[in-house]
Design a protein around this ligand. Structure first.
Ligand SMILES: Nc1nc2c(ncn2[C@@H]2O[C@H](COP(=O)(O)OP(=O)(O)OP(=O)(O)O)[C@@H](O)[C@H]2O)c(=O)[nH]1
Ligand SMILES: [Mg+2]
Length: 220
């Protein structure tokens, strides 16, 4: 009888000790995994930077020419170029530079996809915002979306590409500057507006493609 009581006490103590250890272990495990947006933000950016990768987010209204520009960036190096279908999600392209790898990520510009844009801002080193310079009717919308993004991250460097300069009704760079209210952007923001169009052998950016790539590399 006495022996049984000892066994029962020993068992109870063992269960209690095991329970406490489990409780402490679970507590430690979950405390380390509490989600914090800031922590995640810095972790992702640091991880990318450690691996020598920089993310360039490519946004703009549907039809602005984002996918074509990604294709056009590599066309000069023998990359293929052709008609792009509307992006129904994401589109990804990498360029290897001597110092780092540039990961270009396009998110489709359809109205339903624009809600995802902001989620990717935090992982991004440079924003390339593409505007169809000939789509005068939708320029106010393009401007509103751009300024929404600018308000969300006051530090992010931005390159605005005034695309489709080959079209007869395209706004010039100075007209685009005004139409997009870029004079209202804070002076300390690193923001550039460049003219662009697609040529038969790839993307043509004001000055030249190398200057565009060098600019991105300076900003990342
Ligand atoms: N004339 C002219 N057409 C262009 C130029 N750039 C793109 N396009 C055309 O514009 C259309 C839309 O181009 P996309 O690259 O698919 O546009 P997008 O911004 O990726 O559109 P979504 O993926 O729907 O958000 C295509 O028919 C392209 O061939 C340009 O510089 N000049
Ligand atoms: Mg696209």
């Amino acid at each position: 009888m006495v022996l049984l009581r000892h066994i029962s006490i020993a068992l109870t103590a063992a269960v209690a000790a095991f329970g406490s250890a489990l409780f402490i272990a679970l507590n430690y495990f979950y405390r380390r995994r509490i989600w914090s947006p800031d922590a995640e933000y810095y972790m992702i950016k640091e991880e990318q930077e450690e691996r020598g990768k920089r993310q360039v987010l490519v946004l703009g209204l549907d039809g602005a020419g984002k996918s074509s520009i990604l294709q056009g960036l590599t066309a000069g190096d023998g990359g293929k170029r052709g008609h792009c279908r509307p992006t129904r999600g994401f589109n990804f392209m990498s360029l290897s530079a001597p110092a780092c790898q540039l990961d270009f990520l396009e998110i489709g510009g359809g109205e339903d996809l624009r809600t995802y844009w902001t989620e990717y801002l935090r992982k991004t080193h440079v924003l390339v915002y593409v505007v169809d310079s000939s789509d005068r009717k939708r320029l106010p919308q393009a401007k509103a979306e751009l300024h929404r993004l600018l308000r969300l991250d006051s530090q992010l460097p931005v390159v605005v590409l005034g695309n489709k300069q080959d079209k007869h009704n395209a706004l010039s760079v100075s007209e685009l500057h005004e139409a997009l209210s870029l004079e209202a952007v804070a002076d300390d923001r690193r923001l550039f507006l460049l003219a662009a169009q697609l040529g038969s052998d790839g993307l043509i950016v004001s000055r030249n493609l190398q200057a565009f790539q060098d600019l991105i590399l300076q900003l990342v």
